[in-house]
Design a protein around this ligand. Structure first.
Ligand code: 5GP
Ligand code: ZN
Length: 118
């Protein structure tokens, strides 16, 4: 499963040690509502395994990426934004705005989105 990091809030959420509103979970993936939502739907999809950021993903994580996208699709369906449209965002590194060092996919929807992002 990969070693949980003691000081990682998303490892703690995945382990149920920090409360969150979980909307999807499997053996490998957890999805929960963002505590500070930026859209009517704002769900974070994470691997249970601690991976710091996109550039730390390895060849052996390819099946996990499939599981993450399966979760994203499932969340879009349960949140009823599959056909209206939604955005999937992954901030990688400080300049991109990553504040939690456990890789996560933002699923944002329920309102029109602008482009380019800020
Ligand atoms: P980042 O800025 O790293 O791409 O996204 C981190 C996200 O995690 C932010 O949108 C922030 O609101 C959310 N977040 C931070 N701490 C918590 C928490 O304890 N619980 C939940 N549900 N979301 C959190
Ligand atoms: Zn972690």
């Amino acid at each position: 499963m990969g070693s949980p990091m003691d000081d990682c809030i998303f490892c703690k959420i995945a382990a149920g040690q920090i409360k969150s509103t979980i909307v999807y979970q499997s053996e490998t993936v957890v999805a929960f509502r963002d505590v500070n939502p930026q859209a009517p739907v704002h769900v974070l999809v994470i691997p249970r395994k601690h991976i710091e950021k996109v550039v730390r993903l390895e060849e052996k994580d390819v099946p996990l990426l499939g599981e993450l996208f399966k979760a994203i699709k499932s969340v879009a369906e349960s949140e009823k934004i599959t056909e209206k449209g939604f955005r999937v965002v992954v901030n990688n590194g400080r300049e991109a705005g990553q504040t939690v060092d456990h890789v996560h996919f933002h699923v944002l929807g329920g309102r029109p989105m602008e482009w380019p992002p800020g």
